[in-house]
Design a protein around this ligand. Structure first.
Ligand code: NAP
Ligand code: MG
Length: 494
């Protein structure tokens, strides 16, 4: 297998360590690729290339916005042209069903198109500041932040890369990028497309390797002006601490333990389907997964009965066979999830369905977990408090609206939340009380690049996607213009 290389200063090259790392496919544990295994010196070389690109060459930064846009539209077209290959790559690397990977690729192209279209429509302001110094005109302009470092997780390998790369490039920054070592292959292919589309050498630099060897260097570097990270809260906290050294700008998209609140009057059949989407999509490895079902006592029994029935018919298998549920990303992750399931049983939650590794139909070598539902949960249980990041749902029951709100907000996270009820005023009332950045009424999970994405509390800092996402990668500068350029009068005459 050919080793997938770093892309630094416009050159594809192996790590100076000479070492490589196998990429494992979770469908059967086989080696599906080999990537170069970078060391801190490679990360430093990439940062130097990005710095030279931004501060010395200035090609991308100074390029007319319409020309930058044309290149990013080309990237989107190339993603479409390579859609099948990119989707298969993510399915093999991450494990997700092929149709989910195909959706990710379509969203990735849409994200590049959205930001390409946004570049030449800057949001400046003009302010009336006339007071004390004569007639002034004050306006703001937006500028790129400079050298950005970006680190992504493995759950949406290509799409998470695009959510970061598209606005960062659109704003005119230069960057260094580290994908998760658990699923790096589609991002490496995306960088090939950057080269083909004409993104200038040195603008976007790819470094393949571990968080401790590469990510850490990004976070600590004095030459990095901004770091954006998607991943776990624990690692995000470390990045925020490291970033304090030069007070680089920080964007963090972190974990979650999001609630879906269902009232007695909700449409039962529709609610079951939304709940399944909220916890079984991508095998529950979704930051915004609604992993806590908070359900009113009147509908509880009928709902759980139907959910267990539907979950028992979920098909499980390799992503390439397009089952309902693919494997989880790695053996480690599988064992971690099985550990949570054991904790749920030990703590006395009632196992309604699932609860085991799935090894039937030739799945014994892969990392499959049955769709799992725990009923009779209490707020102090580990499976209610901690992010499991697998197909495991914990169910809590409430009687009054206020109880539902209190349970929903009883978490250190604040990424997302859903409310299902036919009572429109109540839906809005409860949603307004949720301490979360992404909320859904009578649905669960739909996500669009036109709307802002991010969390409250320990789920993150800042927003991705939408106009807000572009703004994160820009500095705002105010310019004061004296319309009567004479000396100030009356200040030093006393
Ligand atoms: P993770 O373990 O935090 O890793 C995320 C990335 O950080 C990987 O590329 C990892 O590299 C790197 N990393 C690890 N240690 C580092 C360090 N000390 N310094 C710098 N970088 C370091 O998370 P994950 O397991 O990949 O992803 C799952 C988590 O991501 C979940 O908590 C999920 O909720 C969150 N997530 C959030 C969002 C959102 O939008 N809010 C979206 C998706 C996922 P290596 O693993 O290659 O060593
Ligand atoms: Mg993998």
């Amino acid at each position: 297998m050919e080793t997938v290389k770093n892309y630094i200063g416009g050159v594809w090259k192996e790590s100076i360590s000479g070492k490589t790392e196998d990429v494992i496919g979770p469908a059967d544990g086989s080696v599906i690729g080999v990537v170069t295994d970078s060391v801190p010196a490679d990360a430093e070389e990439a940062i130097a290339a990005a710095k030279k690109s931004f501060y010395t060459d200035r090609t991308w930064r100074d390029m007319a916005a319409v020309d930058r846009a044309a290149i990013l539209f080309k990237v989107a077209d190339l993603i479409d042209a390579n859609a099948h290959d990119l989707a298969v790559t993510d399915t093999l690397d991450n494990g997700k069903p092929l149709r989910e990977a195909e959706g990710d690729v379509a969203d990735a192209a849409a994200c590049f198109r959205y930001y390409a279209g946004l570049i030449d429509k800057p949001e400046g302001g003009i302010y009336d500041t006339n007071r004390g110094f004569g007639e002034m005109f004050n306006m703001t302009i937006k500028e790129p932040v400079g050298v950005c470092a970006q680190i992504t997780p493995w759950n949406y390998p290509l799409l998470m890369s695009c959510w970061k790369l598209a606005p960062c490039l659109a704003a005119g920054n230069s960057l260094v990028f580290k994908p998760s070592s658990k699923a790096p292959l589609s991002t490496a292919k995306l960088f090939r497309l950057f080269e083909e589309a004409g993104v200038p050498a040195g603008t976007a630099n790819l470094v393949l390797g571990s968080g401790s060897n590469v990510g850490n260097v990004f976070a600590e570097s004095e030459d990095v002006d901004m770091i954006t990270f998607t991943g776990s809260t624990r690692v995000g906290q470390g990045i925020a601490r490291a970033a304090a050294g030069n007070l680089k700008k920080v964007g963090l998209e972190l974990g979650g333990k999001s609630p879906v609140v269902i009232f007695d009057d909700a449409d039962l059949e529709a609610a079951v389907e939304w709940v399944m989407l909220g916890i079984f999509f991508n095998a529950g490895q979704v930051c915004s997964a609604t992993s806590r079902l908070i359900i009113q006592d009147g509908i509880h029994d009928a709902f759980i009965k139907r959910l267990a029935e539907r979950a028992s018919h979920i098909t499980i298998g390799p992503g390439m066979e397009n089952p309902d549920l693919g494997p989880v990303v790695s053996e480690d992750q599988m064992n971690k999830i099985l550990g949570y399931i054991k904790a749920g049983i030990d703590e006395g939650a009632k196992l309604v369905c699932g609860g085991k590794r799935y090894t039937e139909n030739g799945c014994d070598k892969g990392y499959y977990i049955e769709p799992t539902v725990f009923d009779n949960c209490t707020p102090d249980m580990k499976i209610v408090k901690e992010e499991i990041f697998g197909p495991v749902l914990s169910v809590l029951t409430f009687h009054t609206e206020q109880e539902a709100i209190d349970l929903a907000n009883d978490t250190e996270y604040g990424l997302a939340g859903a409310v299902l009820t036919k009572d429109g005023a109540r839906a809005l009332r409860v949603t307004k009380e949720l301490r979360a950045g992404i909320t859904w009424i009578n649905c669960d999970q739909p996500t669009y690049c036109q709307a802002p994405w991010g969390g409250y509390k320990k789920s993150g800092v800042g927003r991705e996607l939408s106009i807000h996402g572009l703004d994160e990668y820009q500095e705002t500068k105010q310019i004061n213009i004296n319309l009567h350029p004479e000396a100030p009068v009356g200040w030093y005459e006393h």
